[in-house]
Write a protein that binds this ligand. Structure first.
Ligand code: HEM
Length: 183
């Protein structure tokens, strides 16, 4: 299954802001559409009126059994009625990150940056889904998607601010933060 996020002029989400955190930005588009497909379609002719990002949910890379159990016990699914705010945060990590071994990456991701341990307390308020796209020839390695009630927006700001201070984030070379609300 592939999920396509298309910034353009129509879609179920209205874009409230697009900001570049690190590296090249994405152009502002007023709407975001989210669709699923069984295959990745060929890239559309590059358009000034839209951008399109594709990713696929995948197996876990770093999560260990007890962490997985903790996550499953508290996490909320996507599509909750009250979760009318969302964020699409596409991320690319550096060559230096990808040259590390799996074990070295896990050390940075969790032992040093506590990505899971520190983020668990934001569940179930923030629902999340990670899509991989490094092997799809996309401009990003990951598309991260979060849904939350508007009342939890300050909580989400706290979460992203904390992650961006970690050692893991020193390997992030491109990050764009797209905020949307349900139409
Ligand atoms: C990966 C949990 C928030 C970006 C992961 C993984 C977990 C996780 C368990 C590892 C998946 C695996 O084993 O492969 C959480 C939780 C969050 C949260 C519980 C709280 C809501 C965020 C936020 C961002 C983010 C806010 C972006 C600003 C990423 C990225 C990866 C990742 C890019 C992939 C890392 C890699 O494979 O190198 N997250 N996360 N996460 N998360 Fe989060």
């Amino acid at each position: 299954m592939f999920r396509t996020f298309r910034g353009g002029h129509s879609g179920g989400w209205r874009v409230t802001s697009i900001s570049s955190v690190t590296g090249e930005p994405l152009p502002f588009m007023p709407a975001l559409s989210v669709t699923d497909s069984e295959a990745v379609s060929l890239p559309l002719v590059p358009s000034r009126n839209a951008w399109r990002l594709v990713g696929a949910p995948s197996n876990l890379r770093y999560t260990e059994r007890p962490e997985k159990e903790q996550l499953v016990a508290v996490q909320a699914g996507l599509g909750r009625m009250e979760a009318t705010s969302a964020a699409l945060i596409p991320i690319r990590k550096s060559q230096a990150w990808w040259e590390l071994t799996q074990e070295e990456r896990r050390k940075i991701f969790e032992d040093k940056s506590h990505h899971i341990a520190s983020s668990l307390r934001f569940l179930p308020a923030i629902a999340r889904q990670l899509y991989h796209c490094r092997d799809l020839g996309e401009p990003f390695d990951f598309l991260t998607w979060f849904e939350f009630a508007p009342a939890h927006a300050p909580l989400f700001e706290e979460l992203v601010a904390a992650l961006r201070e970690t050692e893991e984030w020193s390997y992030v070379e491109r990050e764009v933060d797209v905020r949307v609300v349900k139409e």
